[in-house]
Ligand binder design. Structure first.
Ligand code: NAP
Length: 474
């Protein structure tokens, strides 16, 4: 998603000598890799769309994964990005050459490329996390992570175990339970706050109206940005009003649980003991119904180990299973790794991030000139359309590249002290957010510091509009 729009926008400012390296045989990132049953996006279709490529043909209010993939494919060919893309070339190393001020990039095909500017558009939440549970290799049935769904496994008549209850798990579970001949056992470690998302198809008339009056699509985009902005303000600030809005949001989620789940015992198991949105809220209108079906079983006892024919919980019960699905999320701090990454004076990315994974304005690292880490640490992911985030970051970098084209900058390199100031600001802001109110989530790094943007969407957009060259090495 990020890579495609980068090519288009770089060309807009006259940069046409571009090479895109893609590790697999096709485009799509998240939407290529995640093909699990029920995969969809919980951001409204017209907001999960490039601003320059509206799509009146979205079938649903919230886009199904396969349709998003097709949308990106259409953009890829429409803009001729295929002419500059090399498939099956995973980047193995990127080394900055101090004297030539260029990057040398090597790929798995053994090819070498030289570049003035280097972008990492490798996405977020792309390295699957398998749980650290003893005996995981002993299971004799099929087992796979949600982002590596094995479609050759026929689930008909099978007992399927799903570990995890995040956004992915709830989509998978709802889709599997819907098929009567699959028996689904859900292993929940922590209950999630759920928000109801009613989805429906766009009618042919609505699609026609989008075609005839494109402002309607823009309006949906705007409205959804406003709703998400209000939400993030309540999560990241601590004024009296923000706290009241947050309380209202939690009340709404609690009420949804109370009205959707009849059995008080099951309801108690599904009730989180932490504040609303401390973890990324699950937006799903089907899960509560699914978990109450006769072919669904919720297990809340902690997992002891995985055995040949199932999962044993700490109470001693063996839950017999034929297939095991890990809906256990991703390493949110992997960014462009694994890849050898060496900046100025031989500084490796491991050394640069020894103390903390960070980047000035999420994109710039002091020892890595002319390198831009798209959707890097502290990008406001999780609570906005990620497409909009990529477009803002791209606009920011392009303004700097234009200054380089005009001869105002010889390299684009951030000062180390600017990164320190940035880190201090992030740490200070994090203390105001609901994310530090007592839960584990991928919003936090191993030290409990923010990996996501701990402030309002408005403040982030303002930051992206204000290109600050004082923080760059002159
Ligand atoms: P996730 O939110 O990180 O959830 C992982 C789940 O696995 C959690 O329930 C976690 O429990 C559980 N888990 C992890 N290790 C475990 C272990 N050892 N034993 C038992 N349970 C374990 O991952 P995700 O559901 O894949 O979602 C990641 C993000 O992707 C979301 O937050 C969202 O931003 C994005 N996403 C978006 C959409 C969309 O519609 N736009 C759809 C899917 C995903 P704990 O809570 O106890 O850690």
């Amino acid at each position: 998603m990020t890579g495609l729009q980068l090519v288009i926008k770089l060309r807009d400012i006259g940069i046409t000598d571009i090479t895109v390296l893609e590790k697999t045989h096709t485009i799509g990132g998240t939407w290529r890799e995640n093909t699990y049953p029920g995969v969809a996006c919980d951001v409204p279709s017209h907001a999960y769309t490039y601003s320059f490529e509206p799509n009146p043909d979205w079938s649903m209010h919230f886009p199904p994964g396969a349709e998003i993939y097709q949308y990106f494919k259409k953009v890829f060919y429409k803009y001729g990005i295929n002419f500059v893309t090399r498939f099956n070339e995973a980047v193995t190393s990127c080394v900055y050459n101090d004297s030539s001020q260029k990057w040398t990039v090597k790929s798995s095909q053994g090819n070498t490329y030289e570049a003035d500017f280097l972008f990492s558009a490798t996405g977020i939440l792309h390295q699957p996390m398998l749980p650290d549970i003893s005996g995981i290799d002993n299971f004799s049935g099929a087992k796979f992570h949600t982002s590596r769904w094995d479609h050759s496994v026929d689930l008909k008549g099978k007992r399927v175990g799903v570990i995890g209850t995040g956004s992915t798990a709830t989509q998978v579970i709802s889709a599997l339970v819907n098929q009567d001949d699959i028996d689904v056992t859900v292993f929940q470690r922590t209950p999630q706050w759920l928000v109801k998302m009613d989805d429906r198809q766009f009618s042919p008339e609505e699609k026609q109206r989008f075609k005839n009056q494109p402002w309607r699509m823009k309006l949906i985009r705007k409205m959804s940005a406003i709703v998400y902005s209000l939400g993030t303000k309540a999560l990241t600030c601590d004024s009296w009003l923000d706290k009241q809005i947050h309380k209202l949001m939690e009340w709404n989620a609690r009420r949804y649980l109370e009205t959707a789940v009849n059995d008080p015992v099951l309801r108690a198991k599904l009730t989180p003991a932490y504040k609303f949105s401390c973890k990324r809220v699950v937006i799903n209108a089907k899960y509560y119904d699914a978990i109450q079906q006769p072919n669904a079983h919720l297990v809340t006892d902690a997992i002891e180990c995985i055995e040949t024919n199932g999962i044993r919980t700490k109470d001693g019960t063996l839950h017999e299973l034929d297939v095991l699905v890990f809906a256990t999320g991703f390493d949110a701090a992997a960014f462009m790794r694994p890849m050898e990454f060496v900046g100025k004076n031989g500084v490796t990315i491991e050394k640069a991030w020894q103390k903390k994974i960070t980047a000035y304005r999420s994109m710039f690292l002091p020892d890595f000139p002319n390198f831009f880490l798209m959707l890097g640490p502290n990008s406001p992911i999780g609570n906005q359309s990620v497409i909009e985030i990529s477009e803002h970051q791209t606009a920011y970098v392009l303004q700097l590249i234009k200054k380089w084209q005009d001869g105002q900058l010889s390299t684009i390199q951030v000062k180390p002290e600017a990164v320190e100031k940035w880190r201090a600001m992030i740490k200070e802001r994090m203390g105001h957010t609901v994310w530090v109110s007592g839960c584990n989530s991928w919003y936090l790094d191993a030290d409990g510091d923010a990996l996501s943007w701990p402030d309002t969407w408005q403040n982030w957009v303002a930051l992206m509009k204000n290109v600050n060259t004082d923080d760059l090495v002159k």
